[in-house]
Write a protein that binds this ligand. Structure first.
Ligand code: PLP
Length: 362
């Protein structure tokens, strides 16, 4: 077999590493922020019935505009919005995971000669998607405790004049939320696109408002969401976007035709019919997240306030050694390369107990 470096690959891809969260068969996987709770059996049955119906017409291409799915997603987002801010199907886009949505945004608004400003530590895929689309990556700096004040964001935008700003709220891997003031300040400071990645929005405390509430009158503001986390649908690959209808027209220029399979569309629409059951575990997960925030510091591992379904814990003299020691106990957590820190997903109550017991025994 040849080496990758033997191939005539793009110069700007040479030496890069692919996304690499370890996928290991363990008893307790708390490393990629999935919802640990399987979906309820009755919901699973209904999804399978929808898939069975959809497979009968799979000889035809799927609805290229995934109309029913977009309506279902609009209805879902509108549950949390006042009537005057209600979103319309024209405001909704979807793809195979929010990663694909973000890639399409970079294809349409970034690319060679353009730049994206982001604030590490943040979701590693943002950088990888920038590389893949040839978009220059500008790494801004955060305030103390990974906070992001309006002044800091505006200063970075004024100094670097990016085409796109990525804000992740709640941020992965820190768990910290970005205030609406900061998002508004970023929007007002740029003529470019502002993307808020809200993959963990459903886990946020009740007083943390979604950037979806800011969309009205802000045609360059894009809010991405996913069914992978709160909705317990990571394996189905469904992410979506709320934005001005004109943004969807831009994304239509770069998406592959029929990018959402008929089976994906059928499964997602069926799951959204069961929103209350699908989200029933969110409160339990938030409770386990809050428990981690209380218990980890008692074990000597201070945590940042988290609005997501995971915590970033510090105080690990050798994070890799702790990672390996937990793995020996069949528990997988995440080493994001932040010195002295590990990221831990809030799992079921039993999983969280096992994690805390294991850490206490080290
Ligand atoms: C997990 C995660 C996603 C989800 O990606 P999907 O492609 O929708 O599964 C998106 N953004 C962030 C910040 C994440 O942590």
């Amino acid at each position: 077999m040849a080496q990758l470096s033997d191939l005539p690959i793009r110069d700007d891809l040479r030496g890069l590493s692919p996304y690499g969260a370890p996928q290991k068969a363990v008893r307790i996987a708390l490393n990629v922020n999935e919802n640990s709770h399987p979906i309820p059996e009755a919901v699973a049955r209904d999804i399978v019935e929808s898939l069975a119906a959809a497979i009968l017409t799979v000889n035809r291409y799927p609805d290229r505009e995934f109309t029913e799915l977009r309506q279902s997603l609009a209805d879902y987002l509108n549950l949390a919005l006042p009537a005057e801010k209600a979103l319309d199907i024209a405001n909704i886009w979807a793809a195979n995971g929010s990663n694909e949505v973000l890639q399409q945004i970079l294809q349409a608004f970034g690319g060679p000669g353009r730049s994206v400003l982001a604030f590490p530590p943040t979701y590693s895929m943002h950088h990888i998607l920038a590389s893949g689309t040839g978009t220059a990556w500008i790494a801004g700096e955060r305030d103390a405790d990974y906070e992001l004040s309006p002044e800091t964001v505006v200063r970075w935008i004024e100094q670097t004049n990016p085409d796109i700003v990525f804000l992740c709220s709640p941020n992965n891997p820190t768990g910290t939320a970005v205030s609406l003031e900061t998002i508004i300040a970023a929007y007002d400071a740029t003529d470019g696109i502002v993307v808020v990645d809200e993959a963990y929005a459903e886990f946020a405390p009740d007083d943390v408002e979604s950037a979806v509430t800011l969309l009205d009158g802000r045609e360059r503001l894009l809010v991405s969401r996913t069914m992978s986390k709160a909705f317990a649908f990571a394996g189905a690959r469904v992410g979506y976007l709320a934005a001005d209808a004109a943004v969807n027209d831009a994304l239509r220029l770069v998406r592959l035709p029929y990018h959402l399979s008929a089976l994906t569309q059928a499964a997602a629409v069926a799951a959204l019919r069961h929103t209350p059951e699908m989200l029933a575990m969110v409160d339990d997960i938030r409770a386990q997240r809050d428990r981690l925030m209380v218990e980890l510091p008692k074990l000597g591992y201070p945590v940042l306030p988290s609005a997501a379904n995971f915590v970033l814990a510090g105080g690990f003299a050798d994070p890799n050694a702790t990672f390996e020691a937990l793995l020996e106990r069949d528990i997988l957590v995440r080493d994001n390369g932040i010195p002295n820190h590990l990221r831990i997903t809030a799992g079921t109550k039993a999983e969280t107990t096992a994690l805390l017991d294991a850490l206490a025994s080290l």
